[in-house]
Design a binder for this molecule. Sequence first.
Ligand code: SF4
Ligand code: SF4
Length: 239
Amino acid sequence: MPQTHPLWLRPSREARLREIFEKELAFVNLDLCLTCGMCASGCPAAGIDGLDPRKFLRLIMFGADEVLLSSQWIWVCTLCDRCRYVCPMNINIARMVYHIRGMVPKEKRPPNLQRSCELQKKVNSTGIPNEDFVWVVNDVLQEARQEPGWEDLKAPIDKKGAEYYLNQNAKEPTVEPEEMVPLWKILHVAGIDWTYSSKWWDGANYCLFTGDPEDWEYTLRKQVETVEELGCKYYINTE
Ligand code: SF4
Ligand code: SF4
């Protein structure tokens, strides 16, 4: 049991999570929590599976690690960070949630989430071949150009030296390809010089939500390398 806590705040059980957070996350000082409930009132996921960010902290404080590790709370939290913005004591609950996710073995994480991350590390989060992405973009573009006034619409891929690099949520070319067109039109009207890439084009970042910094960094680095290869000046992240 950590000796640094005043007697009246000493956790009733082992409180391994509390110890880890206070050691590894320098900005976490759980004793500052006023139990004011501001975090819960602004939380978009409050109530889902009983999630209550204020109770989340209490469970950590009281050493109920196992309750937390086996609850759905860490997965229904969206990591939006809203609770920290409203917290008068700047307590970063999202950072703790992220940390706990990373402690859960991969095989015990929500399977769809983990699968999407694993796919993204190979090609993209839906697993469609890159050739299919290129084909779909060109096919949808041809169709969009049939519309009067949009004959010159463009959807460039691998255009070296384009000013802006645009990534794409993989769901759209996979199941809702026509949803890509409105953004193309906006960029066209604005006169933006942009390009997709034919590889590492997926802007979703499921590896962020699994809680593994290494996986998150890997997918992000691949995107950065792609942008650098193309020589684009700006990165537009649609996710
Ligand atoms: S808003 Fe901050 S101080 Fe208030 S209950 Fe939530 S974590 Fe504690
Ligand atoms: S980070 Fe999680 S707990 Fe905090 S407000 Fe967002 S969903 Fe709620």
